[in-house]
Design a protein around this ligand. Sequence first.
Ligand code: ZN
Length: 439
Amino acid sequence: MVTKTMKYEIKYDKDLYNLLRDIQYVIYRLKNKATSMAWDWQQFSFGYNDRFGKYPKEKDVLGKTLSPDIYNLIKDEFGDFISSATVDVAIQEAVKKFKKDAPLINRGEVSVANYKRDGSFPIRKLQIRNLTKLNAKTYTAKFSLLSNEGKNQRGLKSGQIDVILRTGNGANVILDRILDEKYKMCDSKITKIKNKFYLLLTYQFESQKVLLDENKVMGIDVGVNVPATLAVSHDKYYRQFVGDGKEIRDFENQVLVRKKRIQQSRKWAGEGSVGHGIKTRTKALEKVSGKIANFKQTKNHNWSKFIIDEAVKMGCGTIQLEDLTGISEDNTFLKTWTFYQLKQYITYKAEQVGIKVVEIDPSYTSARCNKCGHIHNKSNKDKWRPNQETFHCQKCSHKANADVNAARNIAMKDIEQIIKDQLEAQKKSNQHALKYIVE
Ligand SMILES: [Zn+2]
């Protein structure tokens, strides 16, 4: 089971917010009171131990454990209008926290917890009812926040309060899954951040056991048009294009233009007029560099996440990608600019889910026909690579997207050995052909 928490804004409504503020205030006082009563009990226990040589059992002395005892003593003083579920859990939390901290408190290492007025308060899962979807960003629910007494005090027909929950992208999926009973709602909290109240919804779901097979390989080709192209060894129809090369080139151009402009204005300032101006421009340049780094990082984070999710989905226990150390081609911009960090991110995330990462020699991965295995050489590249997007085999006429063809080669187990054998075979047959011509 995986347990997580998601935040949902509770839409403002004057009466509702007043009520939430009232509950928040009472729970804050109640938690502090419960903590001091837990402290009292501890002092009593020490005294008892001094006198009788043993610590008292809560049940023997109180007739029950400490939390319900405190609940009985203070529920009327504090939370008479609040649902007993909220009061009960708040006291339990305070007592539990005190007991956890007690050894440290007694050694003087931490002080007794002091709850803040703007803290959160508990809402149990049973207090959240009738969750309903209005639209992708709006849900309604009824919160049972009041006791019978509280309901009467406030002249309400029901202790269940209508609330509207607002969600952002992604957060709505969790509520949908709760509605579909794929996820389970758990005891949660309500909290205030700045001037808004939020439901901090805790939910649980079964973690999916994915079987990763080391022999199922994902191949990743890094390219100019498409930053990363994915293929897998066990499904020839599978392909994914990750990211958009144009977006990166556009961004790069923008950045270069801006850099140039700043540098030119720097020249203008001349060497004589030092000071303030140069500082400003240096700062501007740093800002541009920071922007590049951010952009790159965000992209690489998103891409690597997507790639690992895909690999897991396809059951790939191995990821193969090109070892591009020392490569020098025209398209180095993309390769150096994104690839090293992307590779780092992929490797890191792959390790976390138990996927092995293998680097392979990139020398012939683009030149090999994935259909017949023939490896082309540079001399007639204009034929087998008529343009950036296309691979056209000169041996079997197979035509394919060049990135997909490369990715499919990279996705082959033992591809380095396969290429070596193929080159050997082609060399032999060439020699044979040559001999034949000579004779
Ligand atoms: Zn071919």
